[in-house]
Write a protein that binds this ligand. Structure first.
Ligand code: NDP
Length: 346
């Protein structure tokens, strides 16, 4: 009998998730049924959307219930298989959450080829975050050569891909990130044309200096004061794919200060803005194949780079998750739950 160690949501957090909002348990897994495999987790992906599931606020997906295993995409090794097409030793993309082992239905798994790309990229640049950037920018943002594209949380997996794809399409990419080190990474590693630190007291002026021709596409990842500054620089017919609002995920009350909505709506009207929210899954049927081809090619040709921030040990997932919500991660945040047999160089 195999056991799994799980991290569960113990209670709905108020504000930033605390240790007491999580609980750890070790339980026995059921015997394998037909069509099922036994999995060992190698990497757990930590993503901002998980905070949304730890809340009963109305959303596009059902919330976790107290006692549920924290959810999440994983890269796993098959230990045992009763499913056609899968054998022990295969590496798969799964959705088994914050736990060391799991029994999963094979129909929900995708086999990964370690020869093609490091397996961890299946939850990063070649997975959901990379796809989010691709679909949101190209389908909604539609950048044209010479236009200015601005993205915040730009050093993360979604934002860094947005900036690099914008450049592939001939646009000027301006990234917003927290702190000088992340800003350096934006221009040096990801090739952004300019980087602006949203923590700097001169942020609004710096943004103006970095966008002398205004902003044609704002890929919205954060919300809050960053958005307020960006909106003032939008051009006629600017497009705003609304992807995420991470600055507010732990909010417990309305922001202080004057109501910005009337001014914002006036801009929507007078500048003929297009603002469109999206959840990446909407575009999977229409765009996923092209994404895989394009993104693999861009990585191979050196047009898209990626960074990973790997934290060791499932026990450290709650603390790492808090870091994600405050900007401590640099690159795609992963927890290495168990040894990577493909020998990823760390
Ligand atoms: P990141 O790894 O970029 O992590 C989030 C980043 O947000 C932090 O590193 C931090 O970067 C930044 N941040 C946090 N708080 C603030 C704040 N108050 N003001 C400004 N920036 C802040 O995450 P992802 O790349 O995985 O995700 C980026 C966004 O995309 C999120 O909003 C996420 O919810 C969204 N998303 C949406 C999807 C969809 O289908 N719509 C799918 C996937 C992601 P910094 O230090 O630079 O401030």
């Amino acid at each position: 009998m195999t056991t799994t160690t799980q991290i569960r949501m113990a209670a709905y957090p108020v504000g930033m998730p605390q240790d007491s909002d999580f609980e750890t348990a070790t339980v026995e897994l059921p015997e394998l049924g037909d069509g099922q495999v036994l999995l060992r987790t190698i990497y757990l992906s930590l993503d901002p959307y998980m905070r949304g599931r730890m809340s009963t606020a109305k959303s596009y997906a059902a919330p976790l219930q107290p006692g549920d295993v924290m959810l999440g995409a994983t890269v796993c090794e098959v230990l045992e298989s009763r499913a056609e097409g899968f054998k022990a030793g295969d590496i798969v993309l799964a959705y088994t959450g914050w736990q060391t082992h799991a029994v999963a239905d094979a129909e929900h798994l995708r086999r990964l080829d370690p020869q093609q790309a490091p397996v961890s990229t299946a939850v990063g640049v070649l997975g959901m975050p990379g796809f989010t950037a691709y679909a949101g920018l190209l389908e909604i943002g539609r950048p044209k050569p010479g236009e200015t594209v601005v993205v915040a949380a730009a050093a993360g997996p979604v934002g860094s891909a947005v900036g690099q794809i914008a450049r592939v399409k001939g646009a000027r990419a301006v990234g917003i990130a927290g702190g000088p080190e992340k800003c350096r990474i934006l221009t040096e590693t990801y090739g952004f044309d300019a980087a602006v630190d949203h923590r700097s007291p001169t942020f609004a002026d710096d943004l103006a200096a970095a966008t002398p021709d205004g902003i044609d596409v704002y890929f919205e990842n954060v919300g809050g004061p960053v958005t307020e500054a960006v909106v003032k620089r939008l051009n006629l017919y600017a497009r705003m794919p609304v992807c995420g609002l991470v600055a507010g995920y732990n909010a417990t009350e309305r922001p202080a200060g004057p109501d910005e909505l009337p001014g914002f709506m006036r801009r929507v009207l007078t500048l003929s803005l297009t603002i469109r929210g999206f959840i990446q899954s909407e575009f999977v049927p229409t765009h996923y194949k092209a994404f895989q081809q394009d993104m693999s090619g861009w990585i191979r040709d050196g047009e898209v780079n990626y960074l990973e921030d790997i934290v060791d040990g499932l026990d450290n997932a709650p603390e790492a998750f808090r870091g994600l919500l405050t900007g401590r991660n640099v690159g795609k945040l992963l927890v290495r739950v168990g040894e990577d047999p493909t020998g990823k160089d760390l």
